[in-house]
Design a protein around this ligand. Sequence first.
Ligand SMILES: NC(=O)c1ccc[n+]([C@@H]2O[C@H](COP(=O)([O-])OP(=O)(O)OC[C@H]3O[C@@H](n4cnc5c(N)ncnc54)[C@H](OP(=O)(O)O)[C@@H]3O)[C@@H](O)[C@H]2O)c1
Length: 249
Amino acid sequence: MGLRTLIKKKFYNLKFSKKKNSQIKNQVILITGASSGIGLGICKKLIKDNKIIAVYNNNESNLKEIKNSNLIYLKCDLVHLNNYQEIEKKILENNIELIINCAGQFGSNNQSINDLDFDNFVNVLKLNSLSVLKILQLINNNNKIKHIKKIINMSSEGGSIEMNKKGNAYIYRTSKSALNSISKNLSIDLKQKFGISVITIDPGNVKTNMNNKGYLSPEKCAEYVVDIICDNKDYNGAFINLLKKNIPW
Ligand SMILES: NC(=O)c1ccc[n+]([C@@H]2O[C@H](COP(=O)([O-])OP(=O)(O)OC[C@H]3O[C@@H](n4cnc5c(N)ncnc54)[C@H](OP(=O)(O)O)[C@@H]3O)[C@@H](O)[C@H]2O)c1
């Protein structure tokens, strides 16, 4: 890492130097993308005091290492929207109160207009945007939605239409804009019908498999995400960063 990058990283992390001590207790929590990066960080932070249903796709090993009876983990490739039977089983057996949707992919390497891989485009849309709705449909159709209190959707500044100054990344940007639209719509629909809060978060620049040059640790990110969830202020319908600042849609 060059000196310039080191300095940038240092300054970035200074914004998150405040230790956040918020805790969630005694809830049943569904986390997608719980097997690595941000989702894993949140899972590890919450596992001691909550029951966690963790969804993974390829990477079982990190969850296996946790060894805590509060953890249930299951494999589901969320791209296959008609193949969520394992998740549905857990929905039926539990009263899920909090959902944290972290599963996501960036999409194929080259996303310029001349190289767009449309099959990959559709799959990423299914994963990054539609899987959130599909899980909720299963919860609703099994009469379990009344137990849900909050839904957290891990989006990205890259999905902000207003902030887009660089272009490119068609697949990722479109999938996150779609997620933002779904998330905002849910925040109106589910709030009115069931009193559920839906919050859209941009986690920032986090060092994970998706972003191996990221600055912030997944553990620090998890601390700030949990702090948002526990905040007395209801961020329903907002698109915010880890410092609770609004991001334009
Ligand atoms: N890191 C950042 O700087 C950053 C910035 C903005 C937004 N985000 C968002 O934060 C979320 C978490 O990303 P991350 O950075 O933590 O990346 P990550 O470490 O690559 O984690 C991605 C997670 O998604 C799961 N996943 C991928 N494809 C899946 C599929 N087909 N079915 C089910 N699960 C699947 C992975 O499961 P397996 O490992 O088991 O395959 C993994 O648990 C993503 O939505 C991402 O867009 C991240």
